[in-house]
Structures are given as C-alpha cells and as structure tokens.
Design a binder for this molecule. Structure first.
Ligand code: MEV
Length: 342
C-alpha cells in the first residue's frame, strides 16, 4: 500500500489510543511521526579475536564517523532504506539480516507491532572495514526507534539489542563491537563485562583504510579452527595478546606512548600468525613503521579493513597519514588525544 493513503490515515490512531478494529493490526503511532538516532564507529586497540575466546580487549569509540537513522511511522508494512536496499523489511537481502533482526527485536521490546514503521540508515562509516559499521547501523536504528516511541533505553538494553543483530551477522560475536558503538567512553571489555578505562595518552592515532573489504565471519572462523586443530598453539597466541593488552592498559593510563607502540607491533605479528592479516594490511603496517610510527597493527576482524598507527605527536600525524596514503590507503582519519575521552 502506498504511504499516506486516505484509508490508512483513517485507520491510524494516536500513540496509546484504542484500536477501532482489534483484529486488524494497526500502526501504533501517527503516520509522519519521526524518531532519529545516531551511532559512532569503533576502533579496537587491543584484543580482537582473542576477545571471542574470553580474553580482554581495549576499544575506543570513533566519533568522527557515524551512521544516522530515522524511523518514521507509516501506514502498512515495515520498510527499510539503506545504501544497498530500499523496500519492505521482509524482503531485505540476507546480508541485511542483522538489521532486520535489530528492527524486529527493538519493536518487540518497545511493544510496538511489527508494522507501521519505515527505517532509513545512512552515514559515513565505510562498510566491512573493521570500524563497526554493522553494529553502528543497528545501534543508530535502536536509538531512532526508541526516539520514535518516546522511550529511554539504558546503555545495557541498547547493547543487548545491538548484540542480537550482531549474532545474526557474525555467529558468535564477543559483544565488543556492540558495546563500543553504544558507549561514549574507551572501554576494557572481557566476557561481556565492561570497565571504563583511564586514558591519558597524548599521542594521536591514525586509522588507515586498506580499501579491501574485511571478512570478520571467515576470520573468526579461521581462528576458531586453529583453536580446534592446535589448542596449545592457539592458547599461546591468546596468552601473548592478553599480556600485551594488560600492559597496554597501564601504558594508556600513564601516557607511555613508546611502550604502547611496541605492544601494537607485537600484537600485529600475533594476529598475522593467527592468519587474520593480509598483504594490504601488512603493507600499511610496514609503511607506518617506516614513516616513524611508534607502532601499528590491524584493527577489527582483519583480512582486509583498517590498520591503526600511533603517531609521535600532532605534527607527525599528517606525515604518517600521507605516508599511509602513498602506500595505498584509500582513506585515513586522525584521532586526536582529546577525542579519546570527549
Ligand atoms: C571484530 O570487530 C572483533 C572480533 O574480535 C570479533 C568479536 O569480537 O566478536 C574479531
């Protein structure tokens, strides 16, 4: 049915109003009413992959890029508009399964019928680059639906809803992505538990996109396979990552950028051994080191996506970004120290 037809207008009712025909599902809200939501990207500093197996991780919100969602009350069925699809939610392609699940779970939680809402999500987080686009898409939608229905959802509830979608996207997500896109603070995350992190670091981070889409699902599967086929070796890799993550926590609190950089370098080598790097990421990490970075590693699921490099200071960051672009990065972002915690 076309949006806004006279018949649908007649059937619509104000929020909380009584239904005229109980056997006919009706939109709960006045057509045209709109809610909005935003969610930022995330960057994992330490612990990706190991976190899936119970080890700790450190992640920062990356506020300079994000996704915006609008949820509009409309007559008729649920609808979805994203860059790759525009149509009924029920017919969205399988790769949008996590967003579909998020919309439905959120409406359920909000006691809203599974109809009468059109969700649109756009923004500037590049897809499949390890920066949390799928979790941020889900988070922006949760926020927009909560706004549409005038509901306040706490951080934990929003996390659970995003995580429901992430399970569809990645099978067995640790929850790190889901938490980092709903929180405003750098976090220490382990086995679903979250702690705020003290960050006094005065050196900026440069994030560089290899231009190659990553594949978190297959990378997580490959690490799981190493764990099954060689549990001792896998345990040794996870222990190495854990050790660097624990030490990095102290470095972040004490502004020890040099030591932090060494941990980044070391963890990249372990992630390579776990088979989740690729030529493009290794090339960018090498270029960052050659350009004087204090350390560099891949970030996120890997096998494509982005690296992070620790610049010496604010003057060094643009030099590093240029070197990374010359080495093939399609895009770079500098995260200044004041953006870590703002
Ligand atoms: C992906 O951004 C991070 C991984 O550790 C997966 C997860 O934590 O669920 C690779």
């Amino acid at each position: 049915m076309e949006h806004g037809s006279a018949a649908d207008e007649a059937r619509s009712r104000p929020e909380g109003g009584a239904s005229a025909a109980p056997d006919t599902p009706e939109p709960a809200l006045m057509p045209g009413r709109t809610g909005t939501g935003r969610a930022h990207a995330k960057v994992i500093l330490f612990g990706e992959h190991a976190v899936v197996h119970g080890q700790p991780a450190i992640a920062f919100p990356m506020r300079k890029i994000g996704l915006q969602a609008t949820a509009e009350a409309v007559p008729g069925e649920l609808g979805l508009t994203v860059d790759i699809y525009d149509g009924p939610l029920a017919h969205a392609p399988a790769k949008l399964g996590s967003l579909v699940t998020t919309v439905e779970s959120t409406l359920d939680l909000l006691h809203h019928p599974l109809r009468g809402v059109h969700v649109t999500c756009t923004g500037d987080i590049p897809l499949e680059r390890g920066l949390g686009s799928s979790a941020a898409g889900a988070s922006s939608i949760v926020n927009a639906l909560a706004d549409l229905t005038g509901t306040d959802l706490d951080e934990r509830t929003r996390y659970e809803l995003v995580q429901t979608g992430e399970r569809v996207a990645h099978g067995s997500p640790s929850g790190l992505d889901a938490y980092t896109v709903v929180t405003e603070r750098p976090i220490w995350f382990q086995a679903g538990r979250v702690e705020d992190l003290r960050v006094e670091l005065s050196a900026p981070l440069v994030v560089a996109d290899s231009g190659r889409p990553g594949d978190t699902h297959s990378a997580v599967g490959a690490v799981g396979e190493i764990r099954r086929s060689d549990p001792e070796q896998a345990a040794a890799y996870f222990e190495t990552i854990r050790r660097h993550t624990v030490a990095a926590r102290e470095d972040l609190a004490q502004d020890r950028a040099g030591s932090l950089g060494e941990h980044l370098d070391a963890v990249h080598e372990t992630l390579r051994a776990l088979s989740v790097s690729c030529t493009e990421l290794d090339r960018l990490v090498a270029a960052a080191r050659e350009a004087g970075a204090l350390g560099a590693k891949l970030t996120g699921g890997g096998r494509g996506g982005c690296i992070i490099a620790l610049a010496r200071d604010l003057e060094h960051a643009p030099v590093l970004a240029r070197a990374l672009e010359e080495a093939g990065a399609t895009q770079t972002w500098t995260i200044r120290p004041e953006e870590f915690t703002a």
